[in-house]
Design a protein around this ligand. Structure first.
Ligand code: FRU
Length: 485
């Protein structure tokens, strides 16, 4: 068992047993966050999909629940969303609020290689404990669209109706409904814009204030793009900013060039929670920490797949354009045990302090001058045959994670490598916030402007941490380190 748990994350959600991919149906209701997920309980590779289920009161400590949705005569259960039907528009709840899940049924026609995908409903009258599939399923079909899946539904207050975004081939379709049961086509987005490197999946659409100004709202569309044998990066997620009037999404000019949510390889199919109370007001996101390129081959046993840490999304003006910013949720601070806190330390001081440590699960926050190259080596083994590099190159204003020698990587030829992004002209100082776990690293650069999420598979004993800044002129303003339980 110990050997099988070698890569088990300590503070990321992973299923006890079996396979997991996309987060599904993320909804907050009656004091609990629900996380459902694409799950194959009988194997550690992708198979007939179920919805697994976990609940949490703080987004950080999760308790796995019995499986919520199992395959039936209409098919297996693909990705989808869940909403709080506050006004019982569906009529499932005798006038009270209740939870409705909207998901894709995936059906393989017997004795052919043909498939059908259509949208269905399930509801819960006991706060998510048990689920009843709607007798009128499916509620939305289109025989002309083969890849027709991953409904994300939200209530659009100004037009007082439900809105669904749905992936259809390489576009996103928008539908309307008064009651979640009857859906009418409204518009289609995606022709001639964005990346079309693969089939479009798992869309989301939501408003955010720009720079925290309540008078300035923009809409964000997330679209994940499936694996394509010709694209080395594999599956990844793009985003658009724009305007939405309840019917049509119109992208900003900035969104005419492709914009990535994450510059690592392992943040896919992520969407946001629904049902977050207005007094909280946050837009909370979680992604699947893997990549279809190699997801079925990662070297875990008994279980496979983990979620990213929960993140808060924001829109901020950076370099004159409105950009999507990600920050770890504050609830994660509850896991902290302070290890180090240094102010304007010399390189030598940092080196000495770090060399005394052995850590595998931690958060590191550093602020440094952007005049010189700067970085850390994490999960370093005794002889340095394993190490993962995180850093910043001043000449190119590039940040990166290099997992070339991060540990086990021979399960797929595209796993090892260096993943970088250019930040453009920067202020004199910049921060790096780094979350390391047993099999992942998530790095937030320059207050969440660029994020790199990467899986790594180091040995359990590879627990060294080093600073790399050969040049004398590098200035570290502060460094904080917390062990995370
Ligand atoms: C995205 C995805 C979805 C689909 C699900 C199947 O990773 O391919 O489009 O609903 O996974 O498990």
């Amino acid at each position: 068992v110990v050997r099988q748990e070698k890569y088990r994350p300590s503070y990321h959600f992973s299923p006890k047993n079996g396979w997991m991919n996309d987060p599904n149906g993320m909804v907050y209701f009656e004091g609990r966050y629900h996380l459902f997920y694409q799950h194959h309980p009988f194997g550690t590779t992708w198979g007939p999909m179920h919805w697994g289920h976990a609940v949490s009161t703080d987004l950080v400590n999760w308790e796995e629940q019995p499986i919520a949705l199992e395959p039936d005569g209409l098919g297996t259960i693909f990705s989808g969303s869940a909403v709080v039907d506050e006004r019982d528009t569906s009529g499932f709840f005798e006038g009270k609020p209740g939870l409705v899940a909207i998901y894709t049924h995936h059906y393989s026609l017997p004795n052919t290689d043909q498939i059908r995908q259509y949208q269905s409903l399930a509801y819960s009258t006991d706060s998510g404990e048990s689920w009843i599939k709607y007798a009128g399923n499916p509620v939305l079909e289109d025989e002309h669209c083969i890849d027709f899946r991953d409904p994300k539904v939200f209530w659009h207050e100004p037009t007082e109706q439900w809105v669904m975004v749905l992936a259809c081939g390489q576009t996103v379709r928008i539908y309307h409904s008064p009651n979640l049961k009857e859906w009418v086509f409204a518009s289609e987005f995606g022709h001639g814009i964005g990346s079309h490197d693969g089939v479009w999946e798992c869309p989301d659409l939501f408003p955010l204030w720009v720079d925290g100004e309540r008078s300035q709202v923009k809409w964000v569309m997330l679209v994940s793009i499936g694996d394509n044998p010709e694209i080395r990066e594999g599956s990844r997620t793009q985003y658009f900013t724009g305007e939405f009037d309840g019917t049509t999404f119109v992208a900003d000019v900035e969104s005419e060039k492709v914009r990535w949510l994450d510059y690592g390889r392992d943040n896919y199919a992520g969407v946001c929670w629904s049902g977050i109370p207005a007094e909280d007001g946050r837009r909370l996101f979680m992604g699947w920490m893997s990549n279809w390129r190699y997801a079925n081959q990662t070297p875990t046993e008994r279980w496979r797949g983990a979620m990213s840490i929960p993140r808060e999304l924001a829109l901020e003006t950076r370099k004159g354009t409105v950009a999507l910013i990600q920050r770890p949720v504050r609830e994660l601070d509850g896991l902290r045990t302070p290890v180090l806190s240094l102010t304007e330390p010399s390189s030598e001081e940092v080196q000495n302090a770090l060399s005394a440590l052995q850590l595998d699960c931690y958060e590191l926050v550093a602020e440094f001058a952007t005049a010189g190259d700067f970085g850390f080596k994490v999960r370093v083994s005794d002889e340095h045959e394993q190490e993962t590099l995180v850093g910043y190159t001043s000449a190119t204003q590039e940040v990166y994670v290099d997992r070339t020698r991060s540990g086990c990587s021979d399960f797929h030829e595209d796993f090892a490598g260096r993943h970088g992004a250019s930040l453009g002209i920067l202020p004199d100082r910049m921060d790096i916030r780094l979350y390391v776990d047993r099999s992942s690293i998530e790095v937030f650069f320059n207050r969440g402007q660029v994020v790199i999420t990467d899986l790594i598979f180091p040995n359990r004993e590879a627990k060294g941490l080093e600073i790399c800044s050969a040049e004398e002129q590098v200035t570290l303003f502060s460094l904080e380190l917390y062990a995370l339980k």
